[in-house]
Design a protein around this ligand. Structure first.
Ligand code: IPE
Ligand code: IPE
Ligand code: MG
Length: 237
């Protein structure tokens, strides 16, 4: 429960980490951890919708995660495909939008077709906006944006002097989404692992030893209460 008077942030971003260790500690294959992690994601998204959070962004698969064994990658992609199918059926009824963030060019076409469908359905909803980072890496995102801006400059569409921080933000995958106020990393690691490096400039960082499959609504509420005690100065006094 979030005590009365506690202000909910506008945007929470989560690194869904610790699935593999959760499974290994139970003598299960890592893929069982990803299945359990997908369930946690469903529960947390439902909770975020219930408490009236405007934006939730989750890190589901990084540009570096392709280094993993093929069977593990396949399982994660299959879980994401199932989630998209499920979202397609329920998102309008639940008034939730879904946006996939990252480089979609490397994703299989059936997955991309599903993404196009959920993008269309998202236009009909105005509740929680869920962003799933899939084949996402902040350096890759910034590199793609810089290339697009360089092409525009070469074509005379933008002048070098017009390239401001806001302009760069508008060319990232997260264009139109406010920067995260709170970034939560469960899974006992204290790093960002190439997550939202540009957008995280003034985010509050909450680290937790809980492995993602064990992360629950109560812990999310604790992170929100912790966030509400932070004094954000944005460089001021
Ligand atoms: C996060 O859990 C899921 C992905 C990165 C796809 P991990 O699979 O990284 O779990 P650990 O960190 O190995 O425990
Ligand atoms: C970050 O977790 C990526 C996701 C949760 C999708 P990793 O498990 O890939 O991060 P590292 O390798 O521990 O930094
Ligand atoms: Mg990990």
């Amino acid at each position: 429960m979030i005590p009365e008077g506690v202000k909910i942030p506008e945007h929470i971003a989560i690194v869904m980490d610790g699935n593999g260790r959760w499974a290994s500690s139970r003598g299960l294959p890592r893929t069982a951890g990803h299945k359990a992690g997908a369930e946690t994601f469903r529960r947390i998204a439902t909770h975020c919708s219930r408490i009236g959070l405007p934006y939730l962004t989750v890190y589901a698969f990084s540009t570096e995660n392709w280094k993993r064994p093929e069977a593990e990658v396949r399982t994660i992609m299959e879980l994401l495909r199932r989630y998209l199918i499920e979202a397609r059926e329920k998102m309008v009824q639940e008034n939730t939008a879904l946006r996939i963030i990252g480089d979609q060019s490397r994703l299989p076409e059936p997955l991309r077709a599903l993404i196009r469908e959920t993008d269309e359905l998202s236009k009909r909803t105005n509740g929680l906006r869920v962003n799933v980072c899939l084949n996402y890496g902040a350096r890759d995102e910034i590199t793609r944006a810089v290339r697009a801006i360089a092409r525009d400059a070469a074509a005379g569409k933008v002048d070098a002097g017009e390239i401001t921080a806001d302009y760069i933000s508008s060319r990232l995958d997260t264009a139109g989404i406010p920067d995260p106020d709170l970034i939560i990393r469960p899974g006992a690691e204290h790093r960002l692992s190439n997550y939202l490096l540009w957008q995280a400039a003034y985010a509050e960082l909450y680290f937790s030893d809980t492995l993602w499959p064990d992360f629950d609504e109560e812990e999310l509420d604790r992170a929100i209460v912790w966030f509400s005690t932070r004094k954000r100065r944005f460089g001021g006094v």
